[in-house]
Structure formats: structure tokens, C-alpha cells
Design a protein around this ligand. Structure first.
Ligand code: ATP
Length: 311
């Protein structure tokens, strides 16, 4: 449906936000994971044709969408990260205004607005000005505006930022439902936003696409590389210096349970138990290359230390 081929973006001042990113987007939910500054927003702005790539091509249904963006613009809904509203308008007035700007007739705008207010559970608040809405309600208004033209493609940039856990779950479920009938791209730095709902995951860091696949494929790639063991609390910094440490948890006996991600499959440290990799491990391994967080990318494990250690 949408093909990005070797997309690069150099920002004003020379900063390279994206470098050679190739990605296809089809029906279903694609979760774009990456830390702050990875280039997610830059990629989404290019997809939404708000900005042009410096290099590479963007194609929609086979046609060049940089040279001729009209069709993609008509068929794409976009919720930017810094989505703003007119605080004195009600949700209905705001959506009606945007529907008019998108060229919907007054009649279809009214029908579509009512439908979306219902879908996004905003009917009760419909007479109140937007300035009194919670963060979660405003995100839902943001999703509603992105859905006004019943888009084939929905692109949402960090939509769960600032939401409480309940609102986060509701939004996650809604996006998953919407992805049943269209292509949805959801960017986030929070693994749990996409863990149970994404059909495909892509991991972006430092402007590069590091991984892409189904959650099963990506976790399968880490088989034999994730370990857990309990260590005394005082030893945690030493482990963190030589291993990529994922989740930690206090254990009953006063120690700390560590989750270790090795750069390659091999024997784990003495006393460690192999565990099933999850998407958080995939994300950390991709972003840090399986190395301890403080290490530079060129570091290699010494043979004496075994496959798992980087010292
Ligand atoms: N207009 C711009 N001018 C200069 N640098 C920019 C511009 N837009 C983005 N950048 C830089 O490009 C890199 C990628 O930014 P981008 O906003 O795309 O990342 P992100 O993954 O969306 O992160 P965040 O979640 O923090 O917004 C960052 O280092 C950012 O500072």
C-alpha cells in the first residue's frame, strides 16, 4: 500500500534525522518503536506528506507520493505528536470545522462527526469546550479528526503520551479495532503500547531501521540470548557494566532479579536460567546492539568471558 524506499532526511542545521529507511505499510497495525530522537516523527511527517524526504522515494498504491501527494493526502489520516485544538470550541464544532476544511459537505460532515463522537466515546462531553477535556479525551478528539475522511491509512504519532493507564488501554484497543479495516501506523517509545496489538513491529534508532518483523519473528531471533538470575543488590552495577540488563525486580530474599540480554546465543552466566524473550528484550537488544548501555558500538566480548559478556 505504502512503500518507503531508502528514505533519508537531513534537517536544517545538517542533523540527519533519517538514513536509508525502507519500510512497507499494509493493512493491520504497524508499531514503530524507538527512543526519543530516533526519527519517528520525521518518518511520520514524510508519510503524511507534511514534509519531503531529502533522499529516497515514497510510493502510495504504486505512484510517487512525493511528486503527486494528493491521493495519499485524501486517503490518509494523521495525528501529529503536537496536535493542538481550539480551546473555546466544543468537540463537535472543532470536528465540523476540520471537516469543512477537508472539503466534506455540511451534511456528510454532520453525520460523520456524530458517528466519530459516538465511536470515540465523546458524546457526553460534546457540549463542553475543549479546554476542559482531559489528555485522554483530547487524544480521542485527535483520533476523531484523523478519521474524518474515513482514511485507508491512519498514522498516529505517540498517541499515548500523557495518558493514564486506563486511557492508554482504551486507546490501544481502539487502534487495534481500527486496524482491522485499514493500515495503521502507531509510533511510540513504550513497548506495551504495541506489544499485544501490533501485527508488525519496526524498531528505529538514530535514524536507522534496526528491526522489522512480526512480534513472533523478532522474539524468536532472541531465543537462547535472554537469561534471568538473582544477584546481591550491591553487585547490580557490576552486572550492568558487563551485560545488557533489561528489567530488574527486587526478589524476596533481598537480592535483585536481573534480566540479561546476551549479544549472541551461548552458555549463560553460572546460575542463570534461560527465559523466553519478549518484545521489550527485542527493543533493548536492537537499540543497544546487545551491549551494556554504557558501551560504545565497537566493543567485542573477550573469548575468555564467554559469548554473553562484554568486558
Ligand atoms: N526541524 C528540525 N530541525 C533540526 N533537527 C531536527 C528537526 N526535526 C527533527 N530533528 C532532529 O532529528 C532527530 C529525530 O527527531 P524526531 O522528532 O523525528 O525523533 P522522534 O523519534 O520522533 O523523537 P521524539 O519522540 O523525541 O519526538 C532528533 O535528533 C531531532 O532533534
Amino acid at each position: 500500500m505504502i512503500e518507503l524506499d531508502r528514505i533519508g532526511k537531513v534537517c536544517r542545521g545538517g542533523k540527519r534525522a533519517l538514513d536509508g529507511v525502507s519500510l512497507t505499510l499494509g493493512p493491520g497495525l504497524l508499531g514503530l518503536l524507538g527512543p526519543n530522537g530516533a526519527g519517528k516523527s520525521s518518518l511520520l511527517r514524510i508519510l503524511a506528506t507534511v514534509t519531503r524526504p531529502s533522499t529516497g522515494t515514497l510510493r502510495y498504491r504504486g505512484a510517487d507520493a512525493v511528486a503527486s501527494p494528493d491521493r495519499l493526502r485524501r486517503e490518509l489520516g494523521y495525528l501529529p505528536q503536537d496536535f493542538g485544538v481550539y480551546p473555546n470550541l466544543t468537540a463537535r464544532e472543532f470536528l465540523a470545522y476540520l471537516a469543512a476544511a477537508k472539503g466534506l459537505t455540511a451534511r456528510s460532515a454532520r453525520a460523520r462527526t456524530d458517528e466519530l463522537l459516538e465511536l470515540l466515546n465523546l458524546t457526553e462531553a460534546v457540549r463542553r469546550p475543549l479546554r476542559g477535556y482531559s489528555g485522554g479525551m483530547l487524544r480521542r478528539v485527535g483520533i476523531a479528526q484523523a478519521l474524518l475522511a474515513d482514511p485507508q491509512v491512519l498514522v498516529v504519532d505517540e498517541p499515548t503520551a500523557g495518558l493514564d493507564p486506563e486511557e492508554r488501554v482504551r486507546l490501544r484497543n481502539l487502534l487495534s479495532e481500527l486496524a482491522a479495516r485499514r493500515a495503521v501506523l502507531l509510533s511510540t517509545h513504550i513497548v506495551s503500547d504495541v506489544e499485544s496489538t501490533a501485527d508488525t513491529i519496526a524498531v528505529l534508532a538514530r535514524g536507522h531501521l534496526l528491526r522489522r518483523g512480526t512480534p513472533q519473528q523478532l522474539t524468536g531471533e532472541l531465543d537462547g540470548r535472554v537469561w534471568e538470575l538473582t544477584v546481591p543488590a550491591a553487585d547490580v552495577p557490576a552486572w550492568q557494566a558487563s551485560w545488557l540488563v533489561g528489567r530488574t525486580a527486587r526478589s524476596d530474599g533481598g537480592g535483585v532479579r536481573l534480566r540479561l540480554i546476551a549479544p549472541a546465543a551461548g552458555p549463560g552466566p553460572a546460575g542463570a536460567a534461560p527465559v523466553r524473550p519478549d518484545l521489550e528484550d527485542v527493543y533493548l537488544a536492537a537499540v543497544h546492539g546487545g551491549r551494556p548501555e554504557r558501551d560504545g558500538p565497537e566493543r567485542q566480548p573477550s573469548e575468555r568471558e564467554g559469548a554473553g559478556r562484554w568486558r
